[in-house]
Design a protein around this ligand. Structure first.
Ligand SMILES: [Zn+2]
Length: 356
């Protein structure tokens, strides 16, 4: 018996030293046990001489019990690892929590690896990644701002992305609209964009809405948890903002001109102003020029759109403090940022009726 224990220990020590896998060590231990059993049955005298004088039945029963126990342990361990993986991929509730969501969408080892850098973030983790996957987000405008917004939100695994734009790609867009390539010139922006986003992340659903949205589209907005807007005309921005107020959906809005940009979250239902509170009147003709008229530094919409995508991820997962009631202003020419507090106007024609 002592000799057998010594041989088993020696085997395990060699295995540890040589870096053998656990199954390999277990197979060798089982082979040793079979050898002893065979010796006891075939040449009992030799076995007795070698100090293995126990009854073969004791060896057989003991060995089977040990094998059963280690098999059961391995099964439990595998089940727990699988549960943690499914939790990380957002398929099931965290271990120990009641299972309330049953979702069979394609979440897998691919999802776990794809979102690994989010899952290790304390503020996002497995539960936050699950919230991103369930989120329904509308991006209005597939231009300089919409490009980084769409790319980052697709990469982040926002599960249902819709992109609205009625424009075609032109060569002058490529200086800043990073969703597109030269070969896309002349194509509908939403078509080229959807192709790029699906290639970036096949695990999400991307929908094209090939039209311009306006104030009359509250019903469209109601289908979303969050809207992000970065269009190039004041009338468009105002229409989208009014539709969002009517639908009760928060709006992350970004705007750029030449070297400067701004980002805020309009959400009157959360007590913050709407766009009409800040800009009740359209600017005088010639005062708010479009990018085509005034020019714009290529990376500027990248900065503003990236901040908007970051705000969207925070808003969906509840991480940190969002820009509700605050406007972030970025001056690219001087490398400065500042934040100003925004107030709701009690007599606002658009959101005045919503309780403060
Ligand atoms: Zn308002």
């Amino acid at each position: 018996m002592g000799l057998m224990a010594g041989a088993a220990l020696a085997l395990m020590a060699v295995g540890w030293w040589r870096g053998w896998s656990l199954p390999r060590v277990l197979i060798l231990l089982a082979a040793l046990w079979l050898l002893v059993l065979a010796l006891l049955l075939i040449v009992p005298a030799l076995a007795a001489q070698a100090g293995l004088g126990a009854d073969p039945r004791v060896w057989a029963v003991g060995g089977l019990l040990l094998a059963g126990a280690s098999g059961y342990g391995a099964l439990i361990g595998r089940a727990r690892i699988a549960a943690h993986r499914r939790w990380g991929a957002g398929q099931i509730a965290p271990p120990g929590q009641p299972q309330t969501v049953h979702d069979t969408s394609p979440a897998s080892d691919d999802a776990l690896e794809r979102y690994a850098r989010h899952i290790v973030l304390r503020e996002i983790g497995g539960p936050g990644q699950q919230m991103l996957r369930k989120a329904r987000v509308l991006i209005v405008g597939a231009g300089g701002i919409g490009s980084p917004v769409a790319l980052y939100l697709a990469g982040a695994g926002v599960g249902h992305l819709t992109l609205a734009d009625d424009d075609d790609v032109s060569i002058s867009n490529l200086q800043r609209q990073i969703l597109f390539r030269t070969r896309d010139a002349g194509r509908a922006k939403v078509d080229a964009a959807v192709e790029t986003l699906r290639a970036l992340n096949p695990l999400i659903e991307v929908t094209a809405l090939p039209r311009r949205l306006g104030a009359e589209d509250a019903e469209v907005m109601r289908g979303f948890d969050l809207v992000l807007e970065g269009t190039d005309s004041f009338a468009s921005r105002k229409g989208v903002a009014r539709a969002c107020v009517a639908a009760g959906v928060p709006l992350i809005a970004g705007a750029i001109a030449q070297w400067e940009g701004q980002v805020t979250i309009y959400d009157p239902n959360a007590g913050t102003p709407c766009l009409d509170c800040l800009f009740p009147d359209a600017p005088a003709p010639g005062l708010a020029l479009s990018c085509a008229e005034a020019g714009v530094a290529g990376p500027l919409p990248g900065v503003i759109g990236s901040i908007m995508a970051l705000e969207a991820i925070k808003a969906i997962t509840g991480a940190g403090q969002g820009l509700r009631g605050q406007m972030l202003i970025f001056d690219g020419l001087w490398g400065e940022t500042r934040r100003i507090a925004l107030q709701r106007r009690a007599d606002c024609a658009v959101c005045g009726g919503i309780p403060a």
